[in-house]
Design a protein around this ligand. Sequence first.
Ligand code: G6P
Length: 611
Amino acid sequence: MCGIVGYLGHREAYPIIIKGLQRLEYRGYDSAGVALMDGELNIYKKKGKVVDLHEFAKGKNLKSNLGIGHTRWATHGEPNDRNAHPHLSNSGKLALIHNGIIENYAALKTDLQQKGYVFKSDTDSEVFINFIEDIYLNTGVALGEAVRLALNKVVGAYAIAIISLEDPNLLIAARKGSPLVIGLGKNEFFVASDATPIIEYTNEVVYLEDQEIAIIKDGQLTIKNIADVEMTPYVQTIDLELEAIEKGGYEHFMLKEIYEQPKSIGDCLRGRLQAKEGKLVLGGIFDYVTKMVNADRILIVACGTSWHAGLVAEYIFEEFCRIPVEVEYASEFRYRNPIVSEKDVVIAISQSGETADTLAAIDLAKSKGATIIGVCNVVGSSIARATHAGSYTHAGPEIGVASTKAFTAQISVLTMMALMIAEKKGTLSESKYRSLLVELESVPAKVAKALLLNDQIEVISAIFKDATNFLYLGRGFNFPVALEGALKLKEISYIHAEGYPAAEMKHGPIALIDEAMPVVVIATKDSSYEKIVSNIQEVKARKGKVIAVVSEGDTEIPKMADYVIEVPHISDALMPLISVIPLQLLSYHIAVMRGCNVDQPRNLAKSVTVE
Ligand code: G6P
């Protein structure tokens, strides 16, 4: 969580930092701040969004060729001006921005207080910069070395950037567990949590590895690790278009990303799925297919929406590959001494590739000998690098905090993986395998057709926008879609919503149903169709309002449901890719009508790099 940006070069730092922070706001947005060097260290920070900071900074001295900026998602200390970053050391000479958590901050703080240090904020980050200052002042070493010595003593996760009043040509950055990328321009350097603040200036970047320190001094970049070994920077050229991270005429990123799905799913399938030839090529896992075919079990670890994609994958892998699958919340898995063996394959799913719990779950499973396969969206992310092999989702940057196109791309990749294994394992007949490939190829066009439902869904949204509760029901492959639909609504509209397996409704949620309760039922024509029709009748018998997502041409459900949304038909296993589209649109429109900040819902962050 938290986004950081730094600049050292010949341009004005402030505009670069502010624009960069706006791009990183998906990482946190409860307060923001900048530190700018102009013979003195000018620090401006404000509770609220980056735009509030920008407003606050108007008319102030913003001149500087060296600066750091931060957008925060509070961990230690409530979001207010005082706790916002940058934090200054007691001498007033060092300024720091920090993304992550310092776990031993309390002990460090006590020691520092005994030495006379005073603290103005409740943050671990202020302790961190004073700890560095204490070493710096007491040892007389260079600042970079003081940072290195300090990093050997702190426990926790960090991506930091530090500037010093004593040296206008010095910018120091370091990371452990939180991402950090350095942009290399002509006589200028950028540091940021991801490449989006950098790409309009340079596409040459260095991704800092864990426990590495970058010292940018007098136009030179030096990287060393915390054991004091100098590293050769690995410069990569990134391929990221500016327009991919802009709204492109849409009112919100979320809507843009919902509408991008025919393209993002197409990009994900392209070059991998060759339906006519009956071929699937996932180059990234090529060397691990035999391992997957022979796996005793597949364990899926993920969080949030990615966990829902994992649930869809559970149904798909078990159905096609006949391999037992367990889907685990990464945060539970990592702390419960799970039984994992060398015959297990672990699939880690993550849009950002930075989720701390998923990363820790991978480390744990790896230490027990399992093979780890990643399904990530962000190329070069920590999870992508921590796994043995994997397949990227290629959905492009997802900026709206509520995940949409990443979800469908994850399911697309996982479906291809499952089909590839099933084919090798012989658990699917050739004809079924081939017909599924052809159907998979038709998904982008069917998603495009489902998006034409937008106007109808807007009308339904207006009817239910003031509801206080929603229930989402689904069975089989559509059960995880019910969970995802409910999560989307909760996240961005703040309406309480629950997703449930439709039959399980009788064991609790049915007690909540009355004429005020909208019940979204995903009831497409599949093997459990007859059963879900009965569940709809159970809801209607209690006067619930049924919004049914059905297959095109269904004549039975329209007789009993209050509102019917018809989606293009496709095989059971592929239906989540289609049936989730109207649910994404429903949550979007309801949230907009309620005046909610769709792209930056309260308390949430897109990349959760703390446990
Ligand atoms: C946060 C985001 C969700 C996301 C989850 C997992 O909660 O707001 O949209 O599903 O993290 O993130 P990951 O990047 O690992 O998929």
